[in-house]
Design a protein around this ligand. Structure first.
Ligand SMILES: Cc1ncc(C[n+]2csc(CCOP(=O)(O)OP(=O)(O)O)c2C)c(N)n1
Ligand SMILES: [Mg+2]
Length: 352
């Protein structure tokens, strides 16, 4: 789908117009969550938030191509993928509110919690794909990371390992042009990120990451190859981070208006609207209906998340180790004793 919303029939992924409407709905839902969480951070309800604004086509298009039994191994900007996978909306908000209980992992899904250490998750994904292969399962792993992650050793080790063992894995790079304040041009001397695949003997493709149909198609094809035993694919999706790196950043300090404004015109959601207008299926009523639905869904999730009592100090120690190592067990005990002591002193004080 080009920037005018026209689709080249010879490249069409074969999704019906109803399915494209579903993609539009999911992209609008991701944008609505994004805007709401940003506002919650500004009003002190969330500590830090990492916006996905501008990257909705990458996340919804690729998420939509996955099968339920596939594994998702994300970084920290993939809320759109989680939404597409049907993740619990309340938990998404709860997690951004800093509640570790939202990250305990759900036995019913194959979506891993977010990873903050850049590129570390690519190795976890390679390990998961290896396990699937050994077990003879048909599930693939997809791992997400940014342009900056491609400078980390973990990225290269994961690609090498996956190439050698011909693993059922898709490496999805959201090249949003920036790694905080480091621009893509100083990240690597390679002309593209996709070409790095060549040195690991795997397939590499570069796509327009603001074209939801291209993203869906490239991911679907990569997954099919992986399922057929043809090995990994590195997808480089060219996109742009429209917002700041996180709410702790101010991108205007290192990006000019001239750089940002053309990307505002390339908004992946507006491109789908143009498509509907071109083929005559758009109406303002339809636009308002979708907007109303996503607003309601987000409002409800936020309201429920706000009612959850905050976690206790003991929760800091849960969800990382299946069995707590001895030293952490002692730390947990000490902390709880300290907290209880403070509480009883406070209660005494209150009583006096
Ligand atoms: C190993 C490691 N080094 C540094 C950081 C600090 N850090 C957080 S995000 C980020 C930039 C990541 O850029 P990119 O991979 O392009 O992803 P994007 O944020 O653009 O989605 C850095 C350096 C970190 N989290 N982990
Ligand atoms: Mg980046």
């Amino acid at each position: 789908m080009n920037e005018e919303g026209e689709v080249d029939d010879s490249l069409h992924p074969g999704l019906s117009e109803d399915k494209i409407k579903e993609l539009y709905h999911l992209m609008m839902l991701a944008r609505e969550f994004d805007e709401k969480l940003f506002k919650m951070q500004r009003s002190g309800k969330i500590g830090t938030y990492a916006s996905l604004k501008g990257q909705e086509a990458c996340e919804i298009g690729s998420g939509y191509a996955l099968e339920e039994h596939d594994w998702v191994v994300p970084s920290f900007r993939e809320m759109g993928v989680f939404i597409t996978r049907g993740a619990d909306r309340v938990k998404l908000v709860q997690g951004w509110m800093g509640d570790t209980r939202a990250f305990q992992g759900d036995e019913n899904t194959r979506d891993l919690p977010i990873a903050i250490p850049i590129a570390s998750q690519a190795l976890h994904a390679a390990g998961i794909a290896w396990a699937s292969k050994i077990k003879g399962e048909k599930s693939c792993a997809i791992t997400y990371f940014g342009d900056g992650a491609t400078s980390e050793g973990d990225f290269h080790e994961a690609l090498n390992f996956a190439g050698v063992f011909k693993l059922p894995i898709v490496f999805f790079c959201q090249n949003n042009q920036w790694a905080i304040s480091t621009p893509r041009k100083v990240q690597t001397a390679s002309e593209t990120i996709a070409q790095k695949a060549i040195s690991y003997g795997i397939k590499g493709v570069q796509i327009d990451g603001n074209d939801v149909l291209a993203v869906y198609k490239a991911t679907k094809e990569a997954l099919e190859r992986a399922r057929n035993g043809e090995g990994p694919t590195l997808i480089e999706a060219i996109t742009f981070r429209l917002g700041d790196h996180t709410t702790s950043d101010d991108a205007s300090k290192y990006r000019s208006e001239e750089e940002v404004s053309p990307w505002v015109q390339k908004d992946p959601i507006q491109r789908v609207v143009k498509h509907f207008q071109k083929i005559g299926t758009w109406s303002d009523e339809y636009g308002a209906k979708v907007k109303g639905e996503v607003e309601k869904e987000v409002e409800e999730a936020v309201e429920k998340a706000m009612q959850i009592p905050p976690p206790g100090p003991e929760d800091v120690f849960k969800y990382i180790f299946k069995t707590l190592p001895k030293d952490l067990e002692e730390e947990q005990k000490e902390l709880l004793e300290e907290v209880n002591e403070k509480k009883s002193l406070q209660d005494k004080g209150d009583a006096v």
